[in-house]
Design a protein around this ligand. Structure first.
Ligand SMILES: Cc1cc2nc3c(=O)[nH]c(=O)nc-3n(C[C@H](O)[C@H](O)[C@H](O)COP(=O)(O)OP(=O)(O)OC[C@H]3O[C@@H](n4cnc5c(N)ncnc54)[C@H](O)[C@@H]3O)c2cc1C
Length: 475
């Protein structure tokens, strides 16, 4: 029997195991597998629970998302997986009214201009008629089509690129906080080519991002809301995947500690509890920073390369209030806090106005996002300090001083990989090393996209390659 071992049961590892189960025809509920005696898939997870950075919990009638609260439908892998699991018709979008968000600027909230496509403003009228930008900044945005393509021949930071195209104010007040919401990153070190290569290509091709987007024409009407979740929260996806893995041996509370060469080829995974397991193919669906120490004794060069990918640590602070005490109508989905505001907070989401069923009828739920790459680590702070940070933000910006009836903090140490300048070179060097290790695959947020759809796609790709190597079809 040939064995594929997947290490890590976050969304990447779950997706990889599910794809491998399907490809190998292992018995999934009721269909009687065909190759169950020839192949085995084992999923190893350090924690008791599955899901990694997808963690939904209930506290009374509050529903709390510890990290990810939704996924993007424009990238197809997550939606496609939900279809495979028969749950796509249960996906829900954001509450329809009022569809707007804000930006904090000098402690006041300004509406986020409509029509941002990724990081690029597409609705100039909205941008220019809004009150957030200074007249000079508005003028500078209008000039974008006249700014010749430039920048270095190779890669450049997103900060440099966007400031070059739209001017520093649009970057500071709009692009930077939108970007921080995804990477918790420092835009002056994030690589354009590793995060938004399409923008560079558009500049080269059309001479201007505004012209390039216009040339692409009006986007086809979206079939689905841009962001979706499940009524029971993102944990519902993890639960459905866990249940669907009927042909996979899922072992929780099993921490991989080291990867070694197998006695007769393949790999041997040593566990924290002193046991070990042989694998003919191995998918490491864990963050690069966690994979690095596992690989030190196996391929020191590879381990060193993985260790060079930096990570940001973040914390999520949920606060629930009695509606009557809150004293302010929460219109919109929340607000972004640009780095230039000097806060350790990146955003405040009005969760109960954004998603249905997240708070009791007579209550509101807010979620504050803390941490920024390069800043002081927020995860080292006490609960008291993080609550004080969140409450002083609400007091100063929303003028809310009521006592919360719920508070809950989730800390995520080294959670968000930073695709800094040189990331693509690092990936190329990692791929080069992997050529020497047929059957070994790396997957997950650390490499080619941090969002849930990217992670699922990365898990699928790793499973495709691993199954192909198991069946004798190459690496
Ligand atoms: C605060 C926050 C908010 C986010 N919000 C969103 C969002 O709204 N939408 C979105 O699309 N994305 C969001 N993301 C990004 C996305 O959630 C993550 O990139 C994604 O969930 C990572 O999945 P993964 O499986 O690659 O890694 P992980 O979720 O980190 O899973 C890795 C798993 O491996 C296990 N593991 C680690 N080491 C070992 C070992 N040695 N042996 C065995 N098991 C091990 C871990 O316990 C974990 O279960 C957010 C991320 C954060 C941190």
């Amino acid at each position: 029997m040939k064995r594929l071992v997947v290490v890590g049961a976050g969304i990447t590892g779950l997706a990889a195991a599910h794809r491998a189960q399907c490809l190998l025809g292992l018995p999934s509920s009721g269909d009687g597998g065909q190759t169950g005696d020839a192949f085995e898939v084992v999923l190893l997870e350090r924690e008791e629970r599955l899901g990694g950075k997808i963690l939904t919990e209930r506290e009374g009638d509050f529903l709390l998302e510890g990290a990810a609260d939704s996924f993007l439908t424009r990238k197809p892998a997550a939606f496609a997986l939900c279809e495979e699991l028969g749950m796509a018709d249960r996906l829900v979008g954001q509450l329809p009214q009022p569809i707007r968000s804000f930006v904090r600027h000098r402690r006041e909230l300004y509406p986020l201009p409509e029509g941002f496509s990724g990081m690029v403003p597409t609705n100039l009228e909205a941008l220019v008629s809004g009150s957030l930008l200074s007249p000079a900044a508005k003028h500078r945005v209008m000039m974008e089509p006249a700014i010749p393509p430039g920048g270095p021949a190779g890669d450049e930071s997103i900060a440099h690129f966007m400031a070059r195209r739209f001017g520093p104010e649009v970057f500071d007040l709009l692009v930077e906080p939108l970007l921080a919401g995804v990477y918790a990153g420092d835009a002056s070190s994030l690589s354009l080519m590793a995060t938004f290569p399409r923008l560079r290509e558009m500049e080269r091709r059309s001479g201007s991002l505004l012209r390039g987007l216009a040339a692409e024409g009006a986007a086809a009407p979206a079939l689905h809301p841009p962001f979706v979740t499940l009524p029971e929260g993102m944990g519902g996806l993890v639960e459905a995947l866990g249940k669907a893995l009927t042909g996979v041996r899922v072992l929780t509370r099993r921490e991989a500690r080291a990867v070694r060469e197998g006695a007769g080829g393949g790999y041997r995974i040593e566990m924290e509890d002193g046991t070990s397991m042989a694998a003919d193919a191995l998918v490491l669906a864990i963050p690069a920073a966690v994979a690095a120490p596992l690989l030190i004794g196996f391929d020191g060069e590879l381990a060193k390369l993985l260790a060079t990918i930096p990570f940001a640590s973040v914390a999520i602070i949920h606060l629930g209030f009695r509606r009557a005490d809150f004293g302010r109508l929460l219109e919109g989905y929340g607000y972004l806090i640009p780095q230039v505001e000097g806060s350790d907070l990146l955003a405040c989401t009005f969760t109960s106005s954004k998603w249905a069923g997240r708070a009791p009828e007579d209550a509101v739920l807010l979620r504050l996002y803390a941490g920024r790459f390069g800043g002081e680590s927020v995860t080292a702070r006490t609960d008291r300090a993080l609550l004080a940070l969140a409450r002083s933000e609400l007091a100063e910006t929303l003028k809310v001083k009521a006592e919360p009836i719920l508070s809950r903090i989730y800390r995520w140490e080294r959670a968000l990989p930073q695709y800094t300048l040189g990331h693509l070179d690092r990936l190329a060097a990692i791929d080069e090393r992997l050529l020497a290790h047929p059957g070994l695959h790396l997957a997950g947020a650390s490499y080619r996209g941090v969002g849930i759809p990217d992670c699922i796609e990365s898990g699928f790709n790793a499973a495709n390659a691993a199954v192909s190597s198991l069946s004798g079809g190459g690496t």
